[in-house]
Ligand binder design. Structure first.
Ligand code: ADP
Ligand code: MG
Length: 345
């Protein structure tokens, strides 16, 4: 059994809140309307201000909770009759009728798997469960090499095809298990942002478990300020501050959701190439992108790729990325060229 392990486990992640600290959200000076609650095993919050302050908080809460429930009912592996759970339970290969929304997220995931050469892989589900980080938790024991090898046999993001007519997802084999935890929170953030856009709200910040989208300006009149946590296992502090306008931001890290076994840490990000949790000194990756869905998935993909490859990829593809590595001298921050202008401290 692991010697220490995060306790809250529900919906998309065990302890999703690896948490960008929301500096502005924590500010005492803040007066604008806010809605918050629980979703995907973590918390969500929405705040806005300006011309739309008359918009009823109750209305926003109702619509947000409805939207989140719809998304969970499609994409959660923690809801036994969600569309994704039914796909995972299908006991034969073949096409599975699915909703356009689920298909669009699978298509986004596919593109990032392709670009990251399989570092991002939603078919990693059996390994996530094997390592005790998924929805299937019973009887966790540190896996043997043979178990890892067997769980790896079902990997294959490139076999998850989708089609539009009729809307469906291909299931390559009975034991293929798709896990959208590394992209669904980002997607849900984009959807909550869309909800506020539909009300013509110009200044807002929306957040689920540390994945954020901000638009316009914060209440003090300047750009929204987002704190990026120091990737420490214990305690909390801010390592970098990012100014965010009309963009999504996501952070993936190895420091919140992990367990220790024989002196070694094992985090919930799995390297599909080895079947083991990532083992390098890259402790956190923050990605900015106009789509929070894309930012969320790339944060995980780059964490798998490791510090050098992540940096090279970010530079070659003009991605705004902040990498924090754990080194003898302490935490070291590396910004891609595209990220630098957003850093405020
Ligand atoms: P983080 O905030 O650290 O990115 P997320 O909850 O967004 O955490 O994503 C981590 C989750 O993604 C894991 O718990 C697992 O379900 C899933 N996952 C792990 N490794 C991979 C991978 N290589 N590709 C896609 N999803 C993964
Ligand atoms: Mg994430």
């Amino acid at each position: 059994m692991p010697s220490s392990k995060s306790s809250s486990r529900s919906h998309f992640t065990l302890i999703a809140a690896l948490c960008l600290l929301l500096l502005s959200a924590c500010s005492k000076e803040q007066h604008g309307p806010q809605v918050s609650g629980e979703t995907m095993g973590t918390s969500y919050s929405m705040q806005w201000h300006g011309q739309a302050e008359t918009l009823k908080i109750k209305t926003v809460r109702l619509l947000a909770e409805k939207r989140l429930a719809e998304i969970n009912q499609l994409m959660s592996t923690y809801i036994p009759d969600s569309q994704l759970s039914l796909y995972n339970a299908q006991d034969h290969s073949g096409w599975f009728a699915a909703d356009a929304e689920l298909i669009s997220v699978l298509d986004d995931a596919y593109a990032i798997s392709q670009a990251s050469e399989g570092a991002f892989d939603i078919t990693v589900g059996p390994l996530v469960n094997l390592w005790g980080f998924g929805a299937k938790l019973e009887g966790f024991a540190f896996p043997s090499e043979a178990e890892v090898r067997i769980a790896r046999l079902t990997l294959g993001w490139d076999h998850i095809q989708t089609r539009q007519q009729p809307l469906s997802i291909f299931k390559p084999a009975e034991n293929v298990y798709v896990d959208l935890s590394a992209i669904a929170k980002g997607y849900a953030v984009d959807q909550l942002a869309q909800l506020l856009d539909d009300f013509n709200i110009e200044n807002y910040m929306v957040e689920i478990g540390g994945e954020i989208k901000a638009k316009g300006i914060a209440e003090h009149g300047a750009v929204w300020r987002i704190g990026i946590e120091t990737p420490m296992h214990e305690g909390r502090s801010v390592e970098a501050v990012i100014g965010l306008n009309n963009l999504g931001v996501a952070t993936s890290g190895d420091y919140r959701n992990y367990f220790e076994h024989e002196g070694q840490s094992y985090s919930h990000t799995i390297d599909p190439r080895t079947g083991y949790p990532v083992q390098h000194n890259l402790a956190s990756v923050t990605v900015l992108h106009e789509s929070t869905t894309v930012a969320d998935a790339w944060a995980t993909a780059l964490l798998v790729l490791g510090p050098q490859k992540a940096y090279t990829y970010a530079e070659e593809n003009d991605l705004a990325v902040l990498l924090i590595t754990r080194e003898d001298k302490g935490y070291v921050k590396t910004f891609s060229s595209r990220m630098r202008p957003f850093i405020l401290n």
